[in-house]
Design a protein. Structure first.
Length: 224
C-alpha cells in the first residue's frame, strides 16, 4: 500500500449510528419546542458536534443549551446506541484488510466524545483494531473541520500526514482531512459523491467492500 497509515472517522464510516443519535436529538429538541424530522435533524447536525450548533439551537428553542441538557442528551444517546448500533455493512472485513496491509498503523479519529466512540467500536467488534488508537475532537484544541484530530492521530502513529489516507463521509470531516494534508477517501452510500468530491475527496466509493482496493490503487495527493 502507498500509504503509511490509514485514519478512519467513526460515525457513518465504521458504525451506522447517525439515525440513532439524531433520533434521540430530534426527540430532545422537540421537547424544547424545536420540531424536526430525523432527516432534517441529520441534515443540520451530521458531521458536527451538537455543542457547535449552540447558537442555532438556542435561537430555535428560545432556551439556553445548558450543561445539564448536554449530560442528559449524551446519556440518552449512549443508551440508544448501546441497544441498537451496528457496524456499517462491510466495515469489519474492510478494517481487517486495511489493518493487515499497513501492519496495524490505523487509528479512529472522530469529532465525537471518547466514551461514545469507544463504546461503539466495542459493540460492533472493531475495538481490537483500534484499542489505544482512538482520538477525539473533544480532546483537541479544535474539532473538525479543523485538522487537529487527524494530525494528532498521524503523529501518534509516527506517520507524515501527507502519507496518510483518511476515510470520511461528511463535508466537515473531509475538510479536516484535507487540511491535515492527507488523501481523503469518501464513503458515500447514499449518492452524495459530487458534494464530497467538491469538498476535496480524492476518491468516492459506495460500499466498504471497495475500500481496500481503492487504497491499494490510489496515488498520493500531490501538495498544492
Amino acid at each position: 500500500m502507498k500509504f503509511d497509515a490509514v485514519l478512519f472517522d467513526c460515525d457513518g464510516v465504521l458504525v451506522d449510528s447517525e439515525p440513532i443519535t439524531n433520533g434521540v436529538l430530534r426527540d430532545m429538541l422537540a421537547e424544547q419546542g424545536w420540531r424536526l424530522s430525523v432527516q432534517e435533524c441529520m441534515d443540520i447536525f451530521v458531521g458536527k458536534a451538537v455543542i457547535d450548533e449552540r447558537a442555532r439551537i438556542e435561537a430555535e428553542t428560545g432556551k439556553p443549551l445548558t450543561p445539564e441538557w448536554m449530560v442528559s442528551f449524551r446519556a440518552r444517546r449512549n443508551a440508544a446506541l448501546d441497544a441498537q448500533v451496528v457496524a456499517i455493512a462491510g466495515a469489519v472485513p474492510a478494517v481487517a484488510a486495511v489493518h493487515a496491509s499497513v501492519q496495524g498503523r490505523i487509528a479512529c479519529a472522530s469529532g465525537a466524545d471518547r466514551i461514545k466512540v469507544e463504546m461503539q467500536l466495542q459493540k460492533v467488534g472493531l475495538w481490537p483494531y483500534f484499542d489505544g488508537r482512538v482520538f477525539s475532537g473533544h480532546e483537541m484544541p479544535r474539532s473538525k473541520p479543523h485538522p487537529d484530530v487527524y494530525l494528532a492521530a498521524a503523529a501518534a502513529l509516527g506517520a507524515d500526514p501527507k502519507r496518510c489516507a483518511v476515510v470520511e463521509d461528511t463535508v466537515t470531516g473531509i475538510a479536516a482531512g484535507v487540511a491535515a494534508g492527507a488523501t481523503v477517501f469518501a464513503y458515500a452510500p447514499a449518492g452524495q459523491g459530487d458534494v464530497l468530491r467538491q469538498a476535496g475527496a480524492h476518491q468516492v466509493f459506495t460500499h466498504m467492500d471497495a475500500l481496500h482496493a481503492c487504497l491499494l490503487g490510489a496515488d498520493l495527493r500531490q501538495p498544492a
